[in-house]
Design a protein around this ligand. Structure first.
Ligand code: HEC
Ligand code: HEC
Ligand code: HEC
Ligand code: HEC
Ligand code: HEC
Ligand code: HEC
Ligand code: HEC
Length: 363
């Protein structure tokens, strides 16, 4: 009996190893893949075109490493390092269908970089000029131009001191092997609180479950796990709710803090803006949203044991900003996840994400 259970155990071990997800998503290759000690070899610059030396002795900047001049959205650097691409200069595939050119979860800056594409994404430094229409994040507690030290990020992300770093606090060497990535793993997708805001990234940031291929091939059973909250919250300087919705609200405050006529007390009143970080009821038309759909994802108020969970926990899961938007950009205005023009009542359009939750409006 003993030896039998030992062999069952070893079969189980082998099975576990076979089905184990790829190793941690933190960087692992040789230092020289990404760092240069003096930016000089044989008397020549090792980083041609770099504007001077790079922070943390990197051989490239954020945009440089995360851009691909082809269509692939994950680029293999060899030695186990794979770079998730956020900017393809050649049009990538949207929505993602599992092909090597499929846009990743955050979307892609390809469309906003195009002439006239300002509304298709966040205008970030190194990719596009400041937005020609919006002089700020549209709605916020700040008046645009409020203060010079806060304007980068809060008014525009197209300055050298903001850009990618206006949203991300990178921790490429953090081991993000935990099922739910928090401070120790550098927070979900490096969405940690920013020292530039006097916030402590060891304490505040966004929690989440990181799908290994950044949703290049998403399905009901293979996707990121977003964290949300059903708590009624108002403006807070730090991300004390750890939700991806509160992160967006840091710059687009009023879109959450002024969405219900009963706020800040509760959400019992009338909706004045579409709810975010608000529970999807287990009743009415919502009751038919039972299988997770990456076109219109939900955020979960409890992520424990929910890696690649294919269900929706109605009465508990919430609708949030990224249920409808791609934070980097999409082919559609307002960086929506789908073509809003396909949302015509009574059409049963599978392309329209509104119908994923409002299941009877397509009848
Ligand atoms: C695949 C790319 C990559 C490889 C390989 C890599 N690094 Fe880094 N490293 C980065 C990036 C990007 C940053 C800057 C941003 C950050 O900290 O996330 C960084 C930051 C650092 C920092 C400063 C921040 C910290 O975490 O302490 C040190 C020190 C460092 N790397 C050392 C090394 C050494 C030593 C090696 C080789 C064993 C190495 N790196 C390999 C990409 C890489
Ligand atoms: C030298 C190349 C290099 C540079 C420079 C670099 N990155 Fe990365 N980045 C990588 C690689 C490789 C990965 C994938 C490994 C990982 O997840 O840490 C990555 C992953 C990421 C991720 C996803 C992390 C996750 O959990 O999947 C984010 C976000 C990111 N980088 C942002 C940035 C930002 C912002 C900067 C500039 C401050 C930057 N990167 C600079 C190579 C680079
Ligand atoms: C660091 C501040 C900041 C954060 C955080 C932020 N935004 Fe923005 N956002 C801006 C600014 C500035 C603009 C206006 C200029 C532009 O479009 O880049 C903007 C514009 C937008 C637009 C309109 C795009 C257009 O050009 O018409 C949408 C939609 C949007 N943001 C959604 C989001 C979502 C969703 C999140 C969270 C994933 C988020 N934002 C997080 C600063 C921010
Ligand atoms: C480097 C970019 C950056 C700069 C500079 C910056 N912020 Fe922020 N700010 C953010 C981001 C990203 C968030 C959302 C995440 C968070 O709350 O940490 C945010 C969130 C906030 C919030 C929370 C709002 C809410 O409703 O939850 C306040 C308040 C705020 N910032 C004030 C300021 C002030 C005041 C300044 C100037 C002294 C400033 N910020 C400068 C990036 C920046
Ligand atoms: C407005 C805030 C914002 C800005 C600006 C921003 N990001 Fe992101 N980024 C996010 C969010 C939010 C996610 C998580 C998306 C998800 O999981 O659905 C993300 C995800 C990522 C990822 C993981 C791959 C993916 O698509 O999920 C990488 C890599 C990354 N960002 C790099 C960058 C780089 C490089 C820049 C600058 C060119 C940048 N980001 C600018 C908010 C931002
Ligand atoms: C139910 C889907 C949905 C959700 C959830 C959602 N949005 Fe939007 N958002 C839209 C649509 C659709 C538009 C286009 C304008 C409109 O219809 O009002 C838009 C427009 C925007 C704009 C551009 C406004 C302008 O004046 O150009 C910003 C910024 C924005 N959303 C941010 C957010 C933030 C931040 C959140 C979370 C607090 C959020 N959205 C949640 C669907 C959504
Ligand atoms: C991820 C789920 C989800 C998606 C996607 C979604 N909604 Fe909603 N929507 C909700 C929830 C939850 C409520 C609030 C239900 C409640 O009152 O308890 C709501 C409320 C609304 C309301 C207000 C209803 C009222 O009684 O005041 C309208 C209108 C609406 N949604 C339209 C849309 C449109 C248009 C889209 C697509 C752009 C969309 N929704 C996408 C979940 C979603």
């Amino acid at each position: 009996m003993k030896s039998q259970s030992a062999s069952i155990a070893s079969i189980l071990m082998t099975a576990l190893m076979l089905f184990a997800p790829p190793v941690s998503a933190s960087v692992q290759g040789p230092c020289s893949n990404c760092h240069t000690m003096h930016n000089s070899q044989d008397g020549a610059d090792m980083v041609p075109g770099a504007k001077g030396v790079q922070q943390t002795l990197l051989n490239d900047d954020c945009v440089g490493c995360h851009t691909n001049n082809g269509t692939a959205t994950i680029v293999d650097m060899g030695n186990g390092d794979r770079v998730p691409i956020v900017f393809n200069t050649v049009q990538p595939t949207y929505p993602p269908n599992g092909s090597a050119s499929s846009v990743l979860a955050g979307g892609n800056f390809y469309w906003v970089a195009q002439n006239g594409g300002d509304a298709m994404g966040h205008n970030v430094y190194g990719i596009s000029e400041a937005d020609s229409v919006l002089s700020g994040p549209a709605w916020t507690f700040f008046a645009p131009g409020h203060s010079t030290s806060c304007s980068p990020c809060h008014d525009t992300l197209a300055t050298e001191s903001s850009g990618c770093k206006g949203c991300h606090y990178p921790r490429h060497h953090a081991r993000d092997t935990a099922e739910v990535v928090e401070a120790a793993g550098g927070w979900y997708r490096f969405l940690g609180a920013l020292p530039a805001m006097m916030a402590n990234p060891a304490l505040y940031g966004v929690k989440g479950i990181e799908e290994e291929d950044w949703e290049q091939n998403p399905s009901a059973g293979k996707h990121n796990g977003y964290f949300g909250t059903s708590a009624v919250y108002d403006k807070e300087l730090f991300m004390t709710r750890y939700s991806i919705g509160q992160f967006c609200c840091g710059c687009h405050g009023n879109f959450h803090h002024e969405m219900n006529s009963d706020q800040p007390v509760d959400y019992a009143g009338a909706w004045l803006r579409h709810p975010s970080d608000v529970v999807i009821p287990d009743s009415g038309e919502y009751a038919a949203y039972t299988d997770y759909n990456p076109l219109a994802p939900v955020a979960k108020t409890d992520l424990a044991g929910r890696k690649n969970y294919s269900g929706v926990d109605l009465g508990q899961d919430v609708v949030t900003c990224i249920s409808c938007h791609r934070p980097h950009g999409s082919p559609y205005p307002d960086m929506l996840r789908w073509d809003y023009d396909t949302c015509v009542a009574g059409t049963e359009s599978a392309e329209c994400g509104c119908f994923v939750c409002h299941t009877t409006k397509d009848d």
